[in-house]
Design a protein around this ligand. Structure first.
Ligand SMILES: [Fe+2]
Length: 233
């Protein structure tokens, strides 16, 4: 019978990490009780089962004009613990605009909204497990977790896998971000090498001449090289 390698201790964040203040109230105070999966959880349609639209993976072409900011390509491969590609899996992203503002009702950070940028995209991995987005580099934003708290620039990722209960959520960061060492969300991952697996790499091969810088972000779903995910411990 196949066995899956376990994540190394310290590679995944704990459910409660007090320096990340808002997760204290969100995290379970009691040990989780395993529940059987329901049939609908295993076989029901996934969110996003509608056909992928032409501009769903190009966040710079979802409105009538170009959004403000630095165009970037974000691409990579989704793999299992043995490095085998995961084809045909839905990858969704959401992010702030170049000024660090989300198009969201509760974001009142006094930075401008961009009428030409929604900040949400989705795509499906191809037969090689590869995905690709064109988007705008997000700005850092303040978040009141502690005095003078700023999130490093990041893009939220969701990977659905074959059914609703296999969904995984994480965040991608950018190389050499001065805010990364101060961020309680990424610091919740105890192991430094595991934290670095959330940092994308600048990639000249992904970079498009005269158009956009390229950043590679490969995602490993489990095992010793697994990408750290939220709420998995
Ligand atoms: Fe965010």
């Amino acid at each position: 019978m196949k066995t899956y390698p376990r994540a190394n201790p310290g590679d995944q964040p704990p459910l409660v990490y007090p320096p990340y203040a808002s997760n204290i109230r969100r995290a379970p105070a009691m040990p989780p009780i395993p529940l059987e999966h329901t049939l609908s959880e295993l076989t029901g349609p996934l969110y996003g089962h509608n056909p992928i639209g032409e501009t769903d993976n190009d966040l710079t072409r979802q409105h009538t004009a170009d959004p403000i900011g630095e165009r970037i390509v974000v691409a990579g491969r989704v793999m299992d613990e043995d490095g085998r590609p995961i084809p045909h899996t839905l990858v969704e992203i959401w992010q702030a605009n170049a000024a660090g503002r989300y198009r969201h009702a509760v974001d009142n950070h006094p930075a401008p909204l961009d009428p030409n940028f929604t900040g949400a995209g989705r795509t499906v991995t191809d037969q090689n497990g590869d995905y690709r987005f064109l988007t705008i580099k997000p700005g850092a934003y303040p978040w009141r977790n502690h005095p003078n708290a700023w999130r490093p620039a990041h893009i939220h990722f969701s990977l659905f896998g074959p059914c609703f209960v296999t969904r995984l959520i994480t965040q991608m960061y950018f190389p050499n971000d001065p805010l990364f060492p101060y961020d309680p969300i990424s610091l919740a991952i105890p192991d430094e090498r595991a934290r670095q697996r959330l940092v994308s790499q600048f990639d000249l091969d992904l970079t498009e001449p005269e158009w956009a810088l390229g950043f590679r972000f490969d995602i490993v779903l489990r095992g010793r090289d697994a990408t750290p995910f939220e709420g998995q411990s």
